[in-house]
Design a protein around this ligand. Structure first.
Ligand code: CA
Length: 232
């Protein structure tokens, strides 16, 4: 077992689930702290060094959504929502409020660890991205300084909008971006709800970057929520 430096805060009022999560992440070498209420979570967050938070939404004192909003006021730590709420609009709302990922109960230990690893990698990549203009996922790369997209090392012609869309994904590798968030980032304020335009833009981009556009390997559709650039 590799001993890791990261400490995970598990916010969950169900003892059984909390123990299951604690056991799982301990086996992977992570340290952890636990909280059974939103207020406990807040006090751990301000008093300890926490690197990632797993957050249940249905807490006895406050709703987890309020925790996300509160924490995002002063911290950028990865937040993975772990909830029984499985409605797409609830997932999207949590992501829009600032959660990094969303896991629906029931889930397996493997699924949980995969999400945690992506979030942790993302944490370190953000720092790296600032000094490295070129980022790659598989055979697809982007040069943020030259504003160039490369596939298998060959420059790819993309429109300025396609470039903006792809660079947004590369700045958020492994993270689910909601349709609403993408629209705001790509089209700016007053973007409305033109999801049709985004779908068309996405289809065009996929035709250029995906070996089989109907079975994407780079940009995945998170049905009803948004899209995610895979983290390989
Ligand atoms: Ca709960």
């Amino acid at each position: 077992m590799t001993v890791r430096n990261e400490t995970v805060l598990i916010v969950e009022d169900d003892t059984q689930i909390r123990n299951f999560i604690a056991h799982t992440i301990k086996q992977e070498g992570f340290s952890y702290q636990t909280a059974g209420t939103a207020q406990q979570a807040m006090s751990v967050l301000v008093s300890s060094k926490i690197d990632l938070m797993l957050l249940d939404l249905g807490l006895p004192d406050f709703d987890g959504m309020e925790v996300i909003e509160e924490v995002r006021g002063w911290s950028e730590i990865p937040i993975i929502v772990v909830s029984a709420r499985d409605q797409d609009k609830e997932k999207a709302a949590a992501l829009d409020a600032g959660a990094d990922d969303y896991l629906t109960k029931p889930f397996s230990a493997t699924e949980l660890m995969a999400r945690i690893r992506v979030a942790i990698r993302h944490l370190y990549k953000t720092a790296k991205t600032q000094s490295q203009p070129e980022i790659s996922v598989g055979e697809l790369s982007i040069d943020l300084e030259k504003r160039q997209v490369l596939l298998k090392g060959t420059p790819l012609h993309v429109t300025p909008m396609e470039y903006n869309l792809l660079s947004l994904f590369f700045k958020n590798i492994g993270k689910v971006l909601t349709t609403q968030y993408i629209l705001k980032e790509i089209y700016g304020v007053g973007y409305g709800t033109d999801t049709q335009a985004l779908r068309a833009l996405m289809a065009g981009l996929r035709r250029k970057i995906e070996p089989i556009p109907a079975k994407p390997r780079y940009i995945m559709t998170e049905i009803g929520v948004g899209y995610r650039l895979v983290d390989e």
